[in-house]
Design a protein around this ligand. Structure first.
Ligand code: MG
Length: 238
């Protein structure tokens, strides 16, 4: 039987929404909506790079939080202090306590669960913080506790081979029948393909496919397309 394993941030819910709400609160009208979209993408670029340094023990989590928003704002001509960056992070965490699944993702998880597809979660980040989001999204409705994997608790993070191997062992997976779904090309698609799994790129931000790299088995551009991909056999014929 196939096992489908999902990333969390910006795959199952719209991470930009909580980011933008925080920006509205912190920076009032400093950015247009279009600029906020770009600021979000820029902040993710810094976040991913700093996360790797954090995992390597080169910088603290607090510094990661400060630097990623400061550096992103700087690119858009806004200089903020360390204190403002920390305030931003606090406010961002508050917003993340209000996140909700994409409607179609909720429908999809319910259908997959009803049809006995084995489901799991693999997310990068600190155990406490990622657990909070998993709880807020009520993923335990469909994913058993033993199938929830957080890099901070495992000691290895995506895209390393070790984290995928860890899950293979834990769930006794047949890698050719294991599908990973994520929004980050470098962490999710490269990581899963390197591990020999199938990979579905949830590219709802419409990023460009990098050249000379791994090719995802499927690319979807919205939560609706993701649901249709996995649930075509379970959906009523229109
Ligand atoms: Mg993600």
């Amino acid at each position: 039987m196939d096992t489908i394993i999902f990333d969390v941030d910006d795959t199952l819910y719209d991470q930009a929404l909580s980011f933008k709400r925080t920006c509205h609160k912190m920076f009032q009208n400093s950015f247009t909506d279009e600029e906020l979209d770009k600021l979000y993408i820029t902040s993710r670029k810094y976040s991913d790079a700093l996360f790797d340094r954090n995992v390597a023990g080169e910088i603290t989590t607090k510094d990661m939080h400060i630097i990623r928003i400061k550096a992103a704002c700087e690119e858009f001509g806004l200089t903020i202090s360390d204190e403002e960056a920390m305030e931003f992070q606090e406010s961002y965490v508050e917003e993340q306590q209000k996140i909700t699944l994409f409607d179609e993702v909720e429908e999809m998880l319910e259908l997959l669960y009803q049809n006995n597809v084995q489901l799991a979660i693999l997310t990068n980040g600190a155990e406490g913080h990622q657990s909070m989001k998993i709880k807020q999204l009520k993923l335990e409705r469909w994913v058993p506790k033993n199938n929830l994997f957080i890099s901070g608790a495992i000691g290895h993070a995506k895209p390393t081979r070790e984290v995928f191997q860890f899950i293979e062992n834990k769930l006794k997976l047949d890698k050719s029948k294991t599908i990973y779904v994520g929004d980050s090309f470098d962490n999710d698609i490269v990581g899963a393909k390197q591990a020999g799994w199938q990979a579905v790129w949830m590219n709802h931000r419409k990023r460009e496919l990098p050249m000379n790299s791994y090719i995802p088995d499927n690319v979807v551009y919205s939560a609706r397309e993701l649901m249709e991909l996995f649930c075509k056999d379970y959906l009523p014929v229109k």
